[in-house]
Design a protein around this ligand. Structure first.
Ligand code: HEC
Length: 161
């Protein structure tokens, strides 16, 4: 083996070890995977609507997230925890006593195909809604929202749109 080859071999080895080291170190960065207490459940119009929402939305829009094994492995864990935090902040079916201001966008989010998130469907093919599933979820959510509208934020006039 020439000196040049030896140098390359060493460079490869150290780069590899460096990457493994970085991978191990990033595992030490804390990631919050909490499921806070359910404060008030959404009053579902039917068990079917609830089942559809549980399958397609609950991992990011409730306090009943099922955290898969890969949500414990950085850097994937950062992305998943970020989605759950952002998702809960906008719409949380487990905290219906809090203002869920994005609730008026639920139907659009589903019919536009924006929700459930594409990333999520890669790992959860069972959450992909069929055409009938989409229709049933939309109809059910419309009825549920009419019966159990989100509370208004204090100190602001009710929205009229
Ligand atoms: C993998 C996590 C995940 C799943 C599953 C998911 N969402 Fe979301 N959702 C998010 C995130 C993250 C946001 C905020 C950022 C964004 O809009 O992309 C969001 C935003 C929303 C919003 C706020 C308006 C908007 O478009 O930003 C609504 C409404 C919504 N989601 C409804 C749903 C419904 C209904 C389902 C189930 C059919 C669902 N989501 C499934 C993560 C998710």
């Amino acid at each position: 083996m020439s000196d040049q080859d030896k140098k390359f071999k060493r460079l490869f080895l150290f780069t590899g070890l460096g990457l493994v080291g970085i991978f191990i170190l990033i595992q030490l960065i804390p990631v919050s995977r909490e499921n806070p207490a359910v404060t008030q459940e959404f009053q579902w119009n039917s068990a079917e609507t609830e089942a559809l929402a549980r399958e397609a939305c609950f991992d990011c829009h409730s306090n009943e997230t099922v955290w898969p094994w890969y949500s414990y492995v950085a850097p994937v864990s950062w992305r998943i925890a970020g989605h759950v935090n952002d998702g809960r902040r906008r719409l949380n079916f487990s905290e219906w006593d809090q203002p869920n201001e994005d609730a008026d966008e639920i139907i659009k989010a589903i019919t536009s195909g924006e929700m459930p998130l594409r990333d999520y469907l890669l790992m959860h093919p069972e959450a992909r809604l069929t055409e009938e599933g989409t229709q049933a979820l939309v109809d059910g959510l419309e009825q549920t929202l009419a019966n159990d509208p989100p509370v208004e934020r204090q100190g602001r006039p009710p929205r009229r749109d």
